[in-house]
Design a binder for this molecule. Structure first.
Ligand code: SAM
Length: 254
């Protein structure tokens, strides 16, 4: 295992985090003014960090020690070793290679918004499912959920996480186009990035039933206006805008 050491705190480096995961980071840890990103092998990254090789047994236990339960809307996201006495619908995830442990603001906002907009008995699409967390949340709230992702390595983890939580969303390799034949959907959840939301806005309208809602996040504040324009251009009106740190979530509907 290799660690990529970046100067700064998790808050300061927040905009980089999805990209670190997209490039293969398996976990992140903050220590005394540094963020450590764990990778299976070193690679060429443009963020000015330094690489160091670690003994294999070290990294996972250190990272696990620092993960804490996350409360978001009706949910609490727990790792299997957490004891939790509080309330909330439990989502138990083995923090692994896929993005989506609930520790990122975007995932937390999406879970809270899911709590507000879930339609028990309806269909939900989780576009860019990662760990499967949003599809699992939708299924726990009684929806028939489909999770899709273009990364084939995350799907077995999403399946395993769903099994662990006693729900059975469907998971498919692909993106919006592959999901469309399984719709239309009452709820679309997508934690991606601004440019992709802009490109997919027309497709979101096609994917939704009349009266359906799209919950879109992974959008940096600085890029939110462009997403809003693309949604309106595609005939989707913004119902809600929520912010956490540098990030924005939109609820939009046809
Ligand atoms: N849904 C999880 C969450 O909210 O924590 C994970 C979100 S993670 C930021 C984005 C995921 O989208 C990654 O697993 C990535 O592989 C996937 N992804 C990226 N581009 C995609 C696309 N065009 N279609 C489908 N999935 C995509």
């Amino acid at each position: 295992m290799w660690v990529y050491r970046l100067k700064g705190t998790l808050d300061e480096l927040d905009p980089l985090l999805p990209e670190l995961f997209d490039r293969g980071a398996r976990g992140l840890e903050e220590r005394a003014g540094e963020v450590l990103a764990y990778f299976p092998a070193p690679l060429d990254l443009p963020f000015g960090g330094e690489w160091e090789e670690l003994p294999d047994e070290d990294w996972l236990s250190a990272w696990k020690r620092d993960l804490s339960p996350v409360e978001a809307g009706p949910f609490v996201v727990l790792a299997p070793w957490h004891a939790w006495e509080g309330s909330g619908k439990r989502i138990v995830l083995e923090p692994g290679m896929a993005f989506g442990t609930g520790h990122h603001e975007t995932t937390r906002m999406a879970l809270s918004a899911l709590g507000r907009h879930a339609r028990p008995g309806g269909k939900a699409l989780d576009l860019g499912t990662g760990s499967g967390i949003l599809a699992i949340g939708a299924a726990l709230l009684g929806m028939e959920a489909l999770g899709v992702d273009i990364d084939p390595t995350v799907l077995p983890q999403a399946e395993e996480n769903a099994r662990r939580n006693g729900v059975a969303p469907r998971f498919l390799l692909g993106s919006l186009e592959e999901a469309l034949p399984h719709g239309p959907f009452d709820l679309l959840l997508a934690n991606l990035y601004a440019e992709l939301h802009q490109a997919l806005a027309e497709g979101y309208k096609k994917a939704l039933k009349p009266g359906g809602v799209a919950l879109l996040t992974g959008i940096l504040k600085a890029k939110a206006e462009g997403v809003e324009e693309a949604l309106e251009g595609a005939g989707l009106g913004v119902l809600e805008r929520e912010e956490a740190g540098e990030w924005v979530l939109y609820a939009a509907a046809p």
